[in-house]
Design a protein. Structure first.
Ligand code: NAP
Length: 256
């Protein structure tokens, strides 16, 4: 595993997404992911799988200190007290003493960001989460969140994959010490078909999915959280640390 180093934090560059994993399937998929070596886990209140993820974390026997667990408060409840309640509930459902990183899932202009971040910062002060961040925020929304958060903004989790760039946000994150967590890094499983991807994959003897993930994590300040419930997919997505894309390939895949 490789890590993004950010201050005292080390975040595994490849995590596991859990959107649309539910019930026993979520439990089994998470156990298998943990056995294979995943340590960066992405869930959310909205995914309604925090209890199963938590049970798998406990049953896996993986030491707590190795895990980086992320959850999110849903965007319909971003008042200060609602954020506090959500964070405490996520912590309890996950069965953890402390979440590693808690995110505002989507911006919602019905709630002043100062109010929302006040609640998020209290979660840090109370030890419910170690770090806070946001998701689906534009650069200007991120700047407003940063101004409102004494505890800082650790990450902005956004869609980022070959064919879907983040031309404004990525340089901003890189220059301002904010991790960009790439969600839907495999374009929800739709990337494999492209001619460019197939060509680069063939040149390295890897799959198109592996090229897609390598392209992301080879960029500074980027981590990726592919969702995979199939253990073969989970295994494949971790095999991205022993080949390197050339500068030309990086640029080519980054252009439209
Ligand atoms: P994704 O990771 O781009 O794609 C997931 C799909 O790709 C699944 O159908 C999976 O199949 C398939 N897949 C995984 N590895 C593969 C491989 N090696 N070869 C072929 N197919 C493969 O899409 P995503 O679920 O949208 O995004 C990932 C995670 O990001 C989510 O699960 C969630 O945790 C997070 N997310 C966050 C937000 C947000 O608003 N913050 C929004 C969307 C997603 P199997 O499951 O069958 O293995």
């Amino acid at each position: 595993m490789e890590y993004v180093e950010l201050g005292a934090e080390r975040v595994p560059k490849i995590g596991i997404g859990t959107w649309a994993m539910r019930g026993e399937q979520a439990y089994r998929a998470m156990l298998s992911a943990l056995e294979l070596g995943y340590r960066h886990i992405d869930t959310a209140q909205m995914y309604r799988n925090e209890p199963e993820i938590g049970r798998a974390l406990a049953d896996s026997g993986v030491p707590r200190s190795e895990l980086f667990v992320v959850s999110k408060v849903r965007s319909s409840t971003l008042g200060r007290q609602q954020v506090l309640d959500a964070g405490r509930s996520s912590r309890e459902l996950l069965g953890l003493d402390q979440i590693d990183l808690y995110l505002v899932h989507w911006p919602n202009s019905s709630f002043p960001i100062e109010d929302t971040m006040h609640g998020m910062n209290e979660l840090v002060q109370q030890g419910v989460t170690r770090l806070v961040g946001v998701s689906n925020f534009s650069v200007s929304e991120l700047q407003a969140a940063q101004r409102a958060s004494e505890a800082g903004i650790f990450t902005n989790q956004v869609p980022y994959y070959v064919g879907h760039g983040q031309p404004d946000l990525l340089p901003y994150c890189q220059q301002n010490g904010v991790l960009l967590t790439a969600y839907s890094p495999l374009a929800r499983g739709q990337l494999a078909g492209g001619r460019r991807m197939r060509r680069v994959a063939a040149a390295h003897g890897v799959s198109a999915s592996q090229v897609a993930l390598r392209w992301l994590i080879q960029q500074p300040m980027v981590a990726a959280i592919p969702k995979a419930s199939d253990p073969a997919h989970q295994h494949e997505n971790l095999q991205v640390f022993d080949f390197e894309l050339s500068e030309h390939e990086m640029m080519d895949l980054g252009s439209r």
